[in-house]
Every structure is written in C-alpha cells, then in structure tokens.
Design a protein around this ligand. Sequence first.
Ligand code: 5GP
Ligand code: ZN
Length: 114
Amino acid sequence: MENCLFCKIANGDIPSNKAYEDDTVLSFHDIEPQAPVHVLIVPKKHYTSIMDIGASDAALLSHMIEVAQQLARELNISDDGFRLVVNTGENGGQSVPHLHIHLLGGRKFGWPAG
Ligand code: 5GP
Ligand code: ZN
C-alpha cells in the first residue's frame, strides 16, 4: 500500500535492521526499543490491523507466531520469557497502521499494561 511505512520497509524502500526475512514475513529491530530485545514481526502484505485478519489468513498468522518463537530462541529470551504484543487502533496504542507483532524481552514486564 502506498504511503505505508511498514510496506516501504517490507519492500526495501526504507532500510531496517533485519532480524528475519522470508517470502511472506519480515522482522526488524524496533527503532525505539522498549526492552533489551524489541523486534517487530510484519507480514509483507498490507493488513491495517489484526481486525483485517480472517480465516483465510490462518496460515500467515500461525507462521508469524512460528517466526516469533524462532526469534525468541535466537535472541536468547525464550527461557526467561517474553511478551508478544499486537496494539490495535487508537485505544490499543497502534501508531503504525500495518499489522505487526512486537516481540519484547530481556527484562521483566509489568501487568496490567499501562
Ligand atoms: P505500534 O505503536 O503501532 O504498536 O508500534 C509501532 C512501532 O514501530 C513502534 O514501537 C515504533 O518505535 C516502531 N517504528 C516506527 N517507525 C519505525 C521505523 O521507521 N523503523 C523501525 N525499525 N521501527 C519503527
Ligand atoms: Zn502497509
């Protein structure tokens, strides 16, 4: 989609510090990390938010979770634990309207979310 930041990162128009890439998914380190490990897992196809995901996208979503698991192992946060976050819409704190999963780790997180 034109003028979408993460579409531009996904197609290489804007550079990123990549953590993982395949045909359908890109992962890159967040520009403003909120934890020692903070990467974003992004579908290359544009979805504005998790609300755009339907039954026909089940394989993609499960693949994104597999990528999160693999990165958690590679980035050495799988044993201590980590957090996956999908901010959605205004109240959810979503600032980039292209679906992404945050993978955060390397420190302890509070709950409930702020
Ligand atoms: P959201 O607020 O939508 O859940 O998450 C968007 C995330 O994208 C934020 O954590 C923000 O720091 C990150 N971000 C915004 N612009 C860029 C960018 O140009 N490059 C990278 N690597 N991360 C970005
Ligand atoms: Zn997009």
